[in-house]
Design a protein around this ligand. Sequence first.
Ligand SMILES: Nc1ncnc2c1ncn2[C@@H]1O[C@H](COP(=O)(O)OP(=O)(O)O)[C@@H](O)[C@H]1O
Ligand SMILES: [Mg+2]
Length: 448
Amino acid sequence: MVLDVYLADHLVGKLRETQMHEYELEVLDHSKAISNQFIGIENPIPFDICGPFFENILPEDKRKAKICKALEVHKKDDFNLLSKIGRETAGAISVVHEGAKPNILDTPDLNTLTHQELIDKAKGDIAGIKFKTRISLAGAQAKASIVLNDRDLPETEETKTTAFPIYTCENRSLSNFIIKPEVNPDLPHSVDNEYFCMTLAREVGIDAADVYKCFLHGEKGLIPALLIKRFDRYETEGQVRPYHMEDLCQILGLSPDYKYQEYSAVTGNDTGPGISNLVNITKKGKNVIHGIQQIIKLVIFNYIVENQDAHGKNFSFIYKDEDKFEFAPAYDLISTCLYDEMNEDLAMHIGGEYNPAIVGKDHFQKMCKETKLGFSSFKKEAEKMIGTLKPLIEETQKTKGKATAERKIAEVMAMRCYHLSQEFGFDFDFNWDEDIKSNAFLNPQIDG
Ligand SMILES: Nc1ncnc2c1ncn2[C@@H]1O[C@H](COP(=O)(O)OP(=O)(O)O)[C@@H](O)[C@H]1O
Ligand SMILES: [Mg+2]
């Protein structure tokens, strides 16, 4: 079997199966950047180089396993899975059967799904759905790509009473929103969590995807869901077009299995993508100053909100200019403080330290040195961010009940802001009804 690889509507390559579960890529159009990893590699691009790129556009973990089962594909057979769900992906890559057309423009070709069908599809339970998925999005959480007109965006409360129509586009046109229904019992309050973090990120000047809360009318009742506007789509003359993207794992040629940075006692080195990779890659692209500022803000923000899941697949590079990438807007910002079972290590070390409770001034200083970022501007940004977050944290404390996700996250944020202020020597004066300074979380270096 041969698969055609399109970048938007340009045929750029052919994927050929070579042996069991392996394939190679013949690049047809060298003028279009598919992956930074392919530059200078002669045709055909071997599996060890093109494999990680394509593996990274597929779903992950249990969701991948469910989809493979429903489509009767072996879980290691990415080639076959790409042939079934590679038609629309994050970015502009489209993988279709040889001779078939990718999802492009012309006439919108929409399917209507019931909310329950959408929920099942998002979970990967696609066996009984009339429109099987042909769309692949990375990540382990339940999600689907849908089509929504900005002007038809329903108000959150409205969606409780009215089941707004859900459209998907399996055949020709492109989706412009991602929807993540809250269906994972291990991640309660995921919608409030991601909505709160994404909204706060925008408040502190991080260019983060637009998000909206809504409710889906499932068979078992109302299910909260997060609507996320895709920044890899733009509209021209009423048609949705894609921008190409690569996540940090793709751009480094790493399989999604290595998305978390980790210390290896065997080699004595850190494996997986880290902050220095983010900075170095950003410097090779366009809009470098903006990109670096965004990274600095995200490092501080993720530390403050306790986002221990900011791994290599949660950062991307977008090609708005066909062959030059830039640091993409932020997405998938959550606080992992709500989930006890999640790994407590940072997804990327800060100055060599993975334990967030130990991270202090020295680690930030070391991180700045390693990445050639100025520590004084880093400190200034931290001070500014804490100043912006302070009233928002206080407001959350006043308006949200104690058992809410927002209140718990705000509490953690207050503690971390206090910790950073102490470390960096800023004035700190929080109005919090409990004494956060006595909280056990705090770094022993501060209080004792
Ligand atoms: N707003 C967005 N615009 C374009 N692509 C996005 C956006 N948000 C997420 N993605 C893509 O979808 C993938 C999965 O989304 P993500 O929110 O990270 O899901 P998960 O919580 O399962 O990790 C991301 O890795 C990224 O490639
Ligand atoms: Mg993610």
